[in-house]
Design a protein around this ligand. Structure first.
Ligand SMILES: Cc1cc2nc3c(=O)[nH]c(=O)nc-3n(C[C@H](O)[C@H](O)[C@H](O)COP(=O)(O)OP(=O)(O)OC[C@H]3O[C@@H](n4cnc5c(N)ncnc54)[C@H](O)[C@@H]3O)c2cc1C
Length: 535
């Protein structure tokens, strides 16, 4: 018999399988001997009260053995070359699009500007050593995309828009820990994610897919013309910087940082739209402090609890101010993609064992806010351009570079100094390895952002005692929170409404915001493309 139960246990009970079984037996009046196994369906931490509890939703197997497999692995068969599709970009969107195409019998030809995930490790390590960013292989570009050296957080709010569980199961099939299947906030970690990405890529190749690394798509092949006109409305392939042409319908999964792709679309007169975004800083605290705040204990998290997380949101002067992409036990990383930019982001290993906690602290920017930001930043002639938000992003990243070390050394300020508008005499130790330099962020960041950020941080400090502290550091600039452009597409067919054969996909198209949602979007685009092939 399988009995589904919900229970709350102390962290030390959760951490000990024998104690947990005894507790289940006690709470449900079951003989401990009759329990042959338990399967956790969902687990979360309830830290609302002083005594932190673990909440579990469990299937208990009474006098019956649990099934061996937690999920059904998918079998991928070799694809022949008679039907093929182009996938541009091998981030989560492109990886899952390619896998799905194989499942549907279509050969994926993947074009990826960066290197494979193993070589890419060296390139991201070099950023700290040389203070230079390779524009084709960095924290955003290369096999695995922006998700490869990330925190590997796998929760998404877009539950309705696809099969979250299916994506998590595929990740497990290719090597992720099955613990992600039941955690409230699943997390893989930057040390494990590259292995999973490499295993998916090996499967794509084994099944006959092609992957062309270090190759940049720089033109879409439009039937009958080089630009979209009323007579030429079909994309039939791509051209690359190596002079190759690949023919087939195109899934464009190039992520939010491929600015050349947005310029290419604009140049080829493929309609694109400007989109709201959020911009701010990375905020870094000592993890111990966050543990003390969130677990209500001077001793921090103790032996059994994971590094604590937080999530804050408020409104300041009509715009959202919120924490985003929080990395407990993580590090702040340099995620620029070109010269004269400083961009920061966060990642963590599976152990979440670093001494720091960081998150993006950002201010919502709506399309209506574009004129004031363009004006504040001295950007001219962009008001009517679909690339206006991208221009704002670029200028703030350049300001961060100018106010930093004019290398990857980032401008930073103590949290308390920022809210009191004073320069920091010194900075706290930080996980950001290229280095920090004290800078008056309150002064040079656009007032639209800095004033709201200050109000937001003050609110968070009031709500969480100890959060507002001079031990915390603001590091600029956090600009790549989502795509600055939307590439429109049909809601049902996923194809560009003005151009057949072009499937805008993932975060870069404005239809995803994270690893899981980009992966799901990749699958949906592949399914839509296959549907068109069938017709
Ligand atoms: C440091 C960091 C940490 C993050 N942490 C998390 C996290 O913990 N959880 C989470 O859900 N999300 C996280 N994110 C965001 C997440 O990585 C992205 O949402 C996700 O990767 C988007 O997937 P995508 O496939 O749409 O695009 P991307 O992952 O950006 O992939 C796009 C790919 O296209 C390639 N490409 C671009 N232009 C071209 C071209 N012209 N020709 C050929 N190839 C091209 C790029 O090299 C890249 O590999 C993080 C991002 C960063 C940078």
């Amino acid at each position: 018999m399988i009995k589904n139960i919900r229970l709350r246990v102390l962290p030390q009970v959760w951490a000990d399988a024998q104690k947990l079984e005894q507790e289940i037996a006690r709470q449900n009046a079951i003989s401990p001997k009759s329990i042959k196994g338990i399967r956790t369906l969902h687990r979360s931490i309830d830290a609302r009260q002083r005594q932190v509890m673990i909440q579990l939703d469990i299937d208990v197997y009474i006098n019956e053995m649990p099934p061996q497999q937690l999920f059904e692995p998918k079998q991928y068969r070799e694809v022949k070359g008679d039907r093929q599709a182009i996938v541009v970009g091998l981030g989560p969107g492109g990886l899952f699009a390619a896998l799905k195409l194989i499942e549907l019998g279509i050969k994926p030809i993947v074009i990826e500007r960066g290197r494979n995930v193993t070589d890419r490790r060296r390139d991201v390590a070099l950023i700290t050593r040389t203070q230079q960013v390779d524009p084709e292989s960095n924290f955003c570009f290369g096999e695995g995309g922006a998700g490869a050296f990330s925190d590997g957080k796998l929760f998404t709010r877009s539950k309705k828009r696809g099969n979250v569980q299916g994506v998590l199961e595929r990740l497990c099939q290719f090597g992720a820990d099955t613990g992600i299947l039941n955690a409230a906030h699943p997390h893989i970690g930057t040390d494990r994610l590259p292995g999973v990405i490499a295993a998916i890529r090996d499967e794509i190749l084994r099944c006959g897919g092609e992957i062309h690394y270090e190759t940049v798509v720089n033109e879409l092949i439009v039937r009958g013309s080089s630009v979209i006109t009323s007579d030429a409305t079909e994309v039939i392939g791509v051209r690359t910087n190596r002079g190759q042409e690949f023919l087939g319908p195109v899934i464009l999964a190039t992520g939010h940082s491929a600015r050349d792709v947005y310029h290419m679309l604009d140049r080829q007169r493929i309609p694109i739209e400007t989109k709201g975004i959020a911009i701010g800083v990375r905020l870094e605290h000592p993890q111990q402090l966050i543990d003390q705040i969130q677990y209500h204990s001077r001793d921090g998290r103790g032996k059994y609890l994971p590094a604590a997380e937080y999530s804050f949101v408020t409104q300041a002067d009509g715009r959202g101010v919120y924490s985003f992409c929080m990395c407990p036990g993580g590090v702040v990383v340099p995620s620029a993609t070109g010269p004269e930019q400083v961009v920061v982001n966060g990642m963590s290993a599976s152990s979440r064992g670093s001494r720091w906690a960081n998150s993006a602290m950002v201010v919502e920017i709506r399309p209506d806010d574009i004129p004031v930001l363009l004006h504040d930043l001295g950007i001219k002639g962009m008001d009517a351009s679909p690339l206006a938000v991208m221009a704002i992003q670029e200028e703030i990243e350049r300001q961060a570079w100018l106010n930093g070390g004019r290398t990857q050394v980032a401008p930073a300020q103590r949290m308390t100094d920022f809210v009191h508008s004073r320069l920091s005499d010194s900075l706290s130790p930080s996980s950001y390895t290229p280095g920090l330099v004290s800078s008056p962020l309150h002064f040079w960041m656009p007032r639209f952002i800095s004033s709201r950020l200050r109000a937001g941080l003050e609110t968070f400090g009031r709500n969480a005692h100890g959060f507002m502290t001079d031990q915390a550091t603001l590091i600029a600039a956090e600009t790549r929170t989502s795509s600055p452009v939307r590439i429109p597409r049909d809601r049902e067919q996923f194809v560009h409404p003005a151009v057949t054969g072009l499937y805008p996909c993932g975060e870069g198209a404005g239809f995803a915001g994270g690893i899981v949602s980009a992966a799901m979007d990749g699958e949906r685009c592949a399914e839509a493309l296959a549907g068109c092939y069938r017709q």
